[in-house]
Design a protein around this ligand. Structure first.
Ligand code: ARG
Length: 576
């Protein structure tokens, strides 16, 4: 509870300096408590023992005594086992919550704007997007929204895999099945695997493929036309998925591997000039300092293969140069699976050693774990093959649709469809975003679509419930946003505490690139709302002042949930 820390600090500073303790020695320890049922903010006095040469318990007692009633109106103070515990007063909570209620940004401030590139989604041409790309898309989209909300200039880059040697065989395969094959007839589920199978079994095809690569690198017009067709076909698929998911990515965000093709030779040149380009078994490589293989030999980052072809890493180096020198960004996030951790660690180091980026540049790999099925194994379709994202999204909406029909048969067809879309897609996104991204997460339909627990439907339901209170009352929400709020009931105070914590949770989520920190706060808000609503009548409260106070609290709750879910890329229906 940083707001309370801010209110306590100046008063505590006076008392501490009276005792001869400098601010540096206590200010970092003053922080939110582990359990807000007992205290909001705690100062453990253990580290002060060394300075004051007294037991923590005695120090805590003394400080409490010296504080006396100086924090009245802010919080109460108690000393327990060497801890100083501070619990916010209802009046203090009210004053903060009133501020929030009348603030359109509900307490979220803007930071000094930075230009931040987020590399996310990044599927591969001529293949179906897989669940790893789903995670990257969902997490990247949430980070983009959160950072933009804090005032940053976010540049989303979709680094699609649209160049490289595999395109030789892909184009030859396209020629085999006929270049006039209508786009919708090309099955991305099998295209890549069929091409690869032929490449491996048919030496004439393999030979053609290799020749095609050479033509492609020479930008031979006909070859480029075929290549473009594969890209276009794939973009139809990607965009379909993005649209269903409601993410921010469009064709404007494309910054695929092909974009950097023409600067690859320059990368090699610059690595050479930097004196770090080495020859190894016919290939051009860089040995980043400190990297060794299992045998203890230096580990290379391959820049140019013996056959002259460039590598994934070479393109990524060109991409870094572009982000630093053309885009002028000082911060890039790569939302890519944990299995590429070594690639990025080596890449960043080589970019630094080559002087492509200096210490002012913050390049961060934002890794995530795998998606598992309920059987604990890597998620697979019913037939055992890779799961098609589109099917997954369709199924989510269908399942949500039947849930809604059961729950609220009064919705019109049109409204039910719209709500089902928000719930189904929201459920998939939230299941991903509410777990620590560094862990694997289990894809479980029952759990993610449940109205109980830490799920999108639970949060969306809390929001819709508040909307229905207002709908029933006929009161316009904006009309009560300046009402005075008195937090009489303990559960009102608890709800207020959760709401006050929203901007801080958002900042935590952003600074660690961990969306689940925001999701956890939203869930605790929805829970606190449910327990408030269980015992505190709103429209039937005793007097007008309480009605308005509680309506204002409800409205702020709904706005916070809507804003927070929105920052995770999840919509909040008004009815469901
Ligand atoms: N296309 C790659 C894949 O599917 C991900 C690209 C990530 N971005 C990057 N700049 N390397 O694995």
């Amino acid at each position: 509870m940083r707001d309370l820390v801010d209110s306590i600090s100046p008063v505590l500073r006076d008392v501490m300096s009276e005792l001869g303790v400098e601010e540096n020695d206590w200010s970092d320890s003053l922080a939110g408590s582990t359990d807000s049922a007992y205290a909001d903010v705690t100062l453990p006095c253990h580290s002060l023992s060394r300075i004051l040469r007294k037991s923590p318990a005695i120090i805590a007692d003394e400080v409490a005594l010296l504080l006396g009633d100086s924090l009245n109106g802010i919080c109460s103070v108690s000393s327990v086992n060497g801890f100083l515990n501070f619990s916010a007063d209802a009046d203090w909570l009210s004053s903060i919550i009133e501020e929030r209620a009348s603030d359109t940004r509900i307490g979220v401030d803007s930071e000094n704007p930075r230009v931040i590139v987020i590399d996310y989604s990044s599927p591969n041409v001529a293949k179906h997007m897989h669940v790893g790309h789903l995670r990257s898309t969902v997490i990247g989209d949430a980070l983009a929204r959160m950072l933009a909300h804090k005032g940053h200039q976010v540049i989303g880059e979709n680094h699609i895999g649209d160049w490289g040697t595999p395109f030789g065989m892909l184009i030859e395969h396209l020629l085999d099945i006929g270049v006039d094959t209508p786009a919708e007839k090309i099955d991305l589920g099998t295209f890549y695997t069929n091409a690869r199978a032929k490449f491996e079994s048919d030496s004439i095809f393999a030979d053609r493929s290799r020749k095609r690569v050479v033509k492609m690198q020479a930008s031979e017009p006909e070859t480029i036309t075929h290549w473009q067709m594969l890209v276009d076909r794939s973009l139809i698929h990607f965009n379909e998925v993005y649209q269903m998911m409601g993410v921010l990515l469009t064709d404007d965000n494309l910054a695929g591997e092909s974009k950097y093709e023409s600067s690859l030779s320059e990368v090699v040149e610059r690595l050479d000039v930097a004196g770090i380009l080495k020859q190894s078994e016919g290939a051009h490589v860089v040995f980043p300092k400190g990297w060794v293989n299992r045998e203890g030999e230096p580990l290379p980052l391959i820049i140019r293969k013996a056959d002259g072809g460039y590598n994934y890493a070479t393109t990524d180096l060109a991409c870094i140069i572009d982000r630093v020198e053309e885009i002028g960004s000082t911060e890039f996030l790569y939302v890519v699976g944990a299995e590429q951790a070594q690639h990025f660690a080596m890449l960043f180091q080589v970019a630094r050693e080559a002087g492509f980026m200096d210490d002012r540049i913050n390049a961060i790999h934002v890794p995530f774990g795998m998606v598992l099925g309920t059987d604990g194994k890597k998620l697979a379709s019913r037939t055992g093959g890779a799961v098609h994202l589109k099917d997954l999204l369709i199924e989510a909406v269908e399942r949500a649709d039947s849930m809604i029909s059961e729950k609220n048969p009064n919705l019109s067809d049109e409204e039910r469809k719209e709500v089902a879309r928000m719930l189904g897609i929201g459920a998939i996104k939230y299941a991903d975003l509410s777990t620590d991204r560094t862990n694997n997460y289990t894809f479980d339909w029952e759990k993610m679509l449940s109205f109980d627990g830490n799920t999108a439907p639970y949060l969306q339901y809390a929001h819709a419930r508040i909307c229905s209170i207002f709908a029933k009352s006929g009161i316009v929400r904006s009309s009560i946003q300046n009402s005075s709020i008195s937090l009489i009931h303990e559960r009102e105070q608890n709800l207020a505490r959760r709401l006050i914590g929203f901007p801080e949770a958002l900042d935590n989520a952003i600074s660690h690139h961990l969306p689940h920190k925001l999701a956890t706060q939203l869930h605790s808000i929805a829970q606190a709302f449910a327990s408030f609503y269980e015992v505190c009548p709103v429209l039937k409260a005793d007097d007008e002042a309480t009605i308005n106070s509680r309506l204002a609290l409800c409205d702020l709750t709904a706005r916070t949930l809507e804003c927070g879910l929105g920052l995770l890329g999840i919509e909040s229906p008004n009815r469901m």
